[in-house]
Design a protein around this ligand. Structure first.
Ligand code: ARG
Length: 483
């Protein structure tokens, strides 16, 4: 996207032959217009046209306030309002011509307003600057983006919970170090992600709450001598109030940084799940099958079924973290207040948001469609002496051994089973008693994988009954309420 927009800007600049006429909006003291290169580096319209609606909404609230405060005549305000609404309709219908020569979305809209209504258009910018205007647009855009991300993460939670309910007692190997550790259920595993995503939603909500203050009315940086009502515009635009300091209002972009941090954390979680899908769909595991809709074939190897969507979700962390680093780098060491550097916040924010929204959609689709293969999971869960901990726990509980000693005894039994190329439940009682006399037949009750998972009833544990309860609680906590 960045490359195409740069290319587009370059072509526009070149076709505008060398220098142009002085800018109509700020060109009072300019004899000549900018060079083509200046236009190319300065213009942001290809990027910031994306928040045209926020820009128009902000202007509508601003002009209504100007009229109420007697700063602009009601008749002029009415003309401006009508003009802005018409521009919104033009943009919506794809009939608006965005011009690089007019730099950015703010000036494109204002120039069109002048074409439509003439002189009164010039009154809209009273007691306002592009500095508070762009901060306002960004803030409103971020607020909406936080709400969209919340809805999309919720949708992923929803399909995860549904699969968890379906697979509440599907036994699979639980791993540490990607080595078989203890049996768990597939449902339990999926609910782990529901929790991570729940905290991610909390991060977006926190960012949106903290960022919900209006910069409008800070003007260029110092406030204004006009009797504006910042509280009224803040209220009209759905903010909790105006930002308290005008310098902070035009200089800060920490809402965007926080948004990108939340995007990054969410992307990290999605990438871990994506990587597990890649592992689980490998025929050596064969735990799940992804649908045709979310896999691709190979042009040369007919047997292939590649988890491309999962791999791309795994890759998208780069977009979010890259954007965070980009913006943090832009802001670092910037003296107060506004600097044109800050114009470059937008590509970072938009690219990260797009990448995350696409990842969430892809992940939601993959999870909704996936088919678990409980037989393969169960076969793998039984291997690797995965109930060794159950055996050690039994020695502690039933035979009274200290855990360290039980660990040692179990280790010897594992070695014995290894020598015989069998699993723990396949050892005879006599074999076991040769290792430790205190073992009785009752030990076999804890050795199977089903026995193992059923016994994990501690809060947050993997017992199928727990998983069903946890899924129900998750539904209540995360999915209740209108959507
Ligand atoms: N296009 C600019 C941006 O995105 C708008 C603000 C420009 N302000 C200025 N004083 N040049 O940051």
């Amino acid at each position: 996207m960045a490359t195409t927009s740069r290319r587009r800007a370059r072509t526009t600049a070149r076709s505008e032959a060398g220098t142009t006429a002085a800018n109509a909006l700020w060109g009072g003291r300019y004899a000549a217009g900018p060079s083509a290169v200046m236009t190319a580096i300065n213009a942001s319209i290809d990027v910031d046209r994306r928040f045209w609606r926020q820009d128009i909404d902000g202007s509508l609230a601003h002009v209504a306030m100007l009229a109420r405060q007697g700063i602009v005549r009601r008749a002029d305000a009415a003309k401006i309002t009508r003009g802005l609404k018409r521009i919104a309709a033009e943009i919506e219908a794809g009939r608006f011509e965005f011009k690089a020569a007019l730099e950015d979305i703010h000036m494109n809209i204002e120039a069109r307003l002048a074409e439509l209504i003439g002189k009164p258009a010039g009154r809209l910018h009273t007691a306002r600057s592009r500095n508070d205007q762009v901060a306002l647009d960004m803030t409103m855009w971020l607020r909406a983006a936080c709400a969209r991300c919340d809805g999309q993460i919720r949708a992923v939670q929803q399909v995860l919970i549904a699969q968890a309910e379906r697979n509440a007692d599907a036994v699979m190997p639980g791993y540490t170090h990607l080595q078989p550790a203890q049996p768990v259920t597939f449902g339990h595993h999926l609910l782990a992600y529901v929790e991570m995503l729940g905290r991610d939603r909390g991060r977006f909500a926190d960012a949106a709450k903290r960022g919900n203050r209006s910069p409008l009315g800070a003007a260029a940086l110092a406030g204004t001598s006009f009797p504006i009502d910042r509280h009224a515009t803040a209220r009209a635009l759905g903010f909790d109030g105006p930002m308290a300091n005008s310098l902070d209002a035009v200089a800060s972009r920490d809402f965007a940084l926080e948004f990108l941090a939340a995007c990054t954390t969410t992307s990290v979680h999605l990438s871990r799940l994506a990587e597990e899908l890649v592992i689980w769909t490998n025929p050596l595991f064969g735990f799940v099958t992804l649908s045709d809709a979310f896999t691709t074939g190979s042009s040369i190897m007919p047997q292939k079924r590649n988890p491309d969507a999962a791999e791309l979700v795994r890759a998208k962390v780069g977009a979010a973290l890259g954007a965070f680093i980009r913006l943090a780098t832009i802001l670092k060491g910037l003296p107060l207040t506004y600097g044109k550097d800050m114009q470059d916040d937008k590509p970072a924010v938009f690219e990260a948001a797009d990448a995350l929204e696409l990842s969430l959609a892809a992940m939601g689709g993959m999870i909704a469609d996936l088919k678990a293969n409980p037989a393969r999971m169960r076969a793998a869960a039984g291997g690797g002496f995965s109930t060794a901990t159950d055996l050690a726990d039994w020695l502690v509980r039933e035979a009274g051994l200290p855990f360290r000693e039980a660990h040692h005894v179990t280790g010897r039994l594992v070695r014995l089973a290894e020598e015989r190329s069998c699993d723990l439940p396949d050892l005879s009682l006599a074999d076991m008693q040769r290792v430790d006399k205190r073992i009785t037949r009752a030990v076999f009750r804890v050795l199977g994988v089903d026995n193992s998972i059923r016994s994990r009833t501690s809060f947050g544990g993997t017992a199928p009954a727990n998983v069903r309860k946890a899924a129900k609680a998750a539904r209540k906590l995360y999915l209740r309420g209108p959507r």
